[in-house]
Design a protein around this ligand. Structure first.
Ligand SMILES: [Zn+2]
Length: 394
């Protein structure tokens, strides 16, 4: 993903703002339709049905019809993908887009002739209804860009980010299978025993970030000082995010090259999220702790790792039911919560086998066990599941 500063004319900026508004309108309608869905009710409309509804809405509303169908349809497609990510357990539920906050739209199926270079420092991109819009050619353009996203930030600056779908990597053909356990402490443990750690900000930068955040809390709203502190925080966070992206790119390429089949657990976030929230008659325990854990997992970069794996090793990534992968002994198959001694240590209650707990889980994932607890073995199945959700995620 490479981002450039976009420089629309005043007339073009008006068109871009309309695109943002239409995309947001369509997205929010989709959010609303899905927010009504409950287990047992008829499914919320899928992408195709929503496209039919969009056609009707365009026929009914002149202002919507005047906008770009491409932009509006893409918003639906993005929402569809966001719901898939949600059911797949890598992302939270898509939420409302607010005016002035999440302004942007996406264009896909980009062709080479839609981007041109005008001079050393200037490029131009074709945007539906706006025509050729200039941008600052501030860095090298990746080859074969497939899509772009235009965004407007809160300070009124336009940006364009071009995305490249990475080319699939050929399977090595060695028949090898790897399991990945995506933990919080180590980020990712492989069944080979390797531990992959997502890079974090250095202690010095973390310290600086905390100091800046305290300063922000004290700064007066709307003051220049506040804006400066905010920008410094944004820069630190961007550096952190870049390091995680880089980590996901490198490791997904490495895994796709080394193994024929890559198994990852499915739906872990969904479980954590659900058990944290609980239900009305049975409110969840440790809600705050679990919500914090969930945020940490989201931030740890493994969602991105899996997405990149699916891009680079299409059809070779398998999602495994995560039930009991952390409680099952990889040596003898005994399942006991007590075997998990700590975050780091697994020591089997039955046979005494000991191993790094995340690696033990990764080995279970590699074996592809969909472990089902048998009656009378004293293991409680996790409750609180909605089977409809699980089916839809398949
Ligand atoms: Zn054992």
């Amino acid at each position: 993903m490479s981002r450039y500063r976009l420089a629309p004319t005043i007339a073009q900026a008006r068109v871009l703002r309309d695109h943002c508004a239409h995309g947001r309108f369509v997205w929010n309608i989709a959010v609303e339709q899905h927010s009504w869905w409950r287990p047992g009710r008829q499914a919320a409309p899928g992408y195709l049905e929503q496209c039919r509804q969009l056609t009707k809405a365009r026929a009914a509303f002149g202002w919507l019809r005047e906008g770009s169908q491409m932009v509006q349809q893409q918003a639906l497609r993005d929402f569809d993908q966001a719901m898939r990510n949600f059911y797949g357990g890598t992302h939270g539920r898509p939420t409302w887009r607010k005016a002035g906050r999440n302004e942007g739209f996406r264009i896909v199926a980009l062709k080479g002739e839609h981007v041109r270079r005008l001079s050393r420092k200037t490029g131009a991109v074709w945007i539906p209804k706006a025509g050729w819009v200039r941008f600052r050619w501030s860095r090298g353009m990746p080859n074969d860009v497939k899509s772009y996203r235009v965004t407007l930030d809160r300070t009124g600056r336009w940006h364009i980010a071009f995305a490249v779908v990475p080319a699939p990597i050929a399977a090595p053909g060695n028949g090898e299978i790897v399991g990945i356990d995506r933990g919080v402490a180590t980020s990712a443990a492989l069944s080979t025993g390797e531990l992959l750690r997502v890079p974090r900000l250095s202690p010095r930068r973390q310290h600086r970030l905390r100091r800046l955040q305290r300063r922000l809390a004290r700064a007066r709203r709307g003051s220049n000082r506040r804006a400066r502190v905010k920008q410094a925080i944004a820069r630190l966070k961007a550096r952190d995010a870049d390091a995680r992206k880089d980590w996901a790119e490198k490791n997904s390429t490495d895994l796709a090259r080394r193994f024929d089949v890559i198994r990852v657990e499915n739906l872990r976030i969904l479980d954590v999220t659900r058990s944290a929230r609980g239900s009305v008659p049975n409110p969840g325990r440790n809600v705050r702790a679990k919500a914090g854990l969930n945020r940490q997992i989201m931030r740890s970069g493994w969602g991105l790792l899996v997405r990149r794996l699916e891009d680079k090793a299409p059809g070779r990534v398998e999602k495994i039911n995560p039930a009991f992968t952390s409680q099952r002994c990889n040596a003898c198959g005994h399942i006991a919560a007590e075997s998990r001694k700590s975050q780091a240590l697994f020591a089997c209650e039955a046979c005494g086998f000991t191993l790094n707990a995340d690696v033990n889980a990764a080995m279970n994932i590699a074996a592809g066990h969909a472990v089902i607890a048998r009656a009378g073995d004293g293991v409680a199945r996790p409750v609180n599941r909605k089977p409809q959700l699980l089916l839809r995620s398949a």
